[in-house]
Design a protein around this ligand. Structure first.
Ligand code: SAM
Length: 311
């Protein structure tokens, strides 16, 4: 376990993930949004566990934090539902449906045209509801649309701003993360999802020049091949350390999301980077509620024994 926060560090280990259930999930109130799903919502299949717990975790966290900040802005860089036929486990939707409605502005970004259609339907339901709320759907590569968002002058020095970076594998360029972190008007809080095992697999199997380029943009430096030598379990720590040392975030924590309920395999890691001292406290509470006390995660009581000051 490496040093990744000002106060404590984290890492995944194995234990039942869904011991305590969150359920902020609201009953579907907007059939028009559900109907956009091409495979149909009426099949009543359950969404994949990791997708469900990820969206619950983010919604739980924002619900808590918006009470502290009394408002805020939400940039969702990869916003269409992960499981297109499970809009009930869709983070953007869960956050938009939170009560009370405190967040003022949403930018929902998406590359895939079908996903963009789903976002437009979601916007129809929530834009100007209430009147102060604005929802923008940004079609295209988020690594480019991010520039328009940052240039829009909507992110004022006093606005709490959250960037949710839920890439599938390696779509989010490190340069994009850097732009968010170094945005001059206010440091933007980042929730970055790292598909740890998929990323490691991609690193090891890369053989084409196009893939090399993609990886280099994701990692943000030409020395990405050094990652292949690293243990898979240390990949989240390596990223977390970059958020701390290179991007200058004061509080960085890693939260493992398990693949299956009662399973042991980690599907991906959330790297949460903020400068607000309440951010790790509230995220850890949200994580405990959604995922339980996963050993060696920030929600694990034993972590106090393991934590150490950043050097
Ligand atoms: C993991 S899914 C997002 C899941 C979603 N956040 C949720 O809560 O269900 C990743 C999404 O990013 C989209 N995507 C892939 N590359 C992208 C890019 N460069 N810019 C914007 N969106 C992209 C995919 O089409 C997909 O809808």
């Amino acid at each position: 376990m490496g040093p990744i926060t000002k106060k404590s560090s984290t890492v995944a280990s194995e234990k039942s993930l869904f011991g305590s259930g969150l359920t902020n999930a609201k009953a579907p109130r907007h059939p028009s949004v559900l109907a956009v799903s091409s495979r149909g919502f009426d099949k009543q299949l359950t969404p994949p566990s990791q997708t469900n717990s990820k969206s619950k975790l983010i919604a739980e966290y924002i619900e808590r934090f918006q009470l502290v900040t009394k408002g805020g802005l939400f940039i969702d860089g990869f916003a269409a539902p992960q499981s297109r036929s499970h809009p009930e486990a869709w983070t953007a939707r869960r956050v938009l449906e939170l009560e009370p409605k405190r967040l003022r502005r949403f930018w929902l970004c998406e590359l895939d045209p079908d996903g963009v259609e789903q976002l437009r339907a979601l916007k129809q339901v929530h834009n100007r509801q209430p009147r102060f709320r604005h929802v923008s759907v940004m079609e295209g590569d988020f690594n480019q649309t991010v520039d328009g968002i940052l240039a829009s002058r909507r992110i004022t020095p006093t606005a709490a701003t959250f960037a949710f970076l839920d890439q599938r594998n390696m779509e989010c360029h490190w340069e994009t993360v850097r732009k968010l972190a170094h945005f001059k008007r206010r440091k933007i809080e980042v929730m970055y999802f790292l598909g740890t095992s998929w990323s490691m697999r991609s690193l090891k199997s890369a053989s084409r020049p196009e893939k090399f380029q993609e990886i280099e943009k994701w990692w943000g430096r030409p020395d990405w091949q050094s990652l292949i030598e690293a243990q898979q379990s240390s990949l989240p720590l390596i990223f977390a350390e970059r958020f701390t040392k290179e991007l200058g975030y004061g509080y960085v924590n890693i939260y493992p999301i398990l693949l299956n309920e009662n399973g042991t395999k980690v599907a991906f890691h959330l790297i949460h980077a903020s400068d607000h001292p309440q951010a790790p406290v509230l995220m850890t509470r949200a994580y405990r509620k959604v995922c339980g006390e996963i050993a060696n995660s920030p929600a694990d009581n034993q972590m106090d024994l393991l934590s150490w000051e950043q050097t």
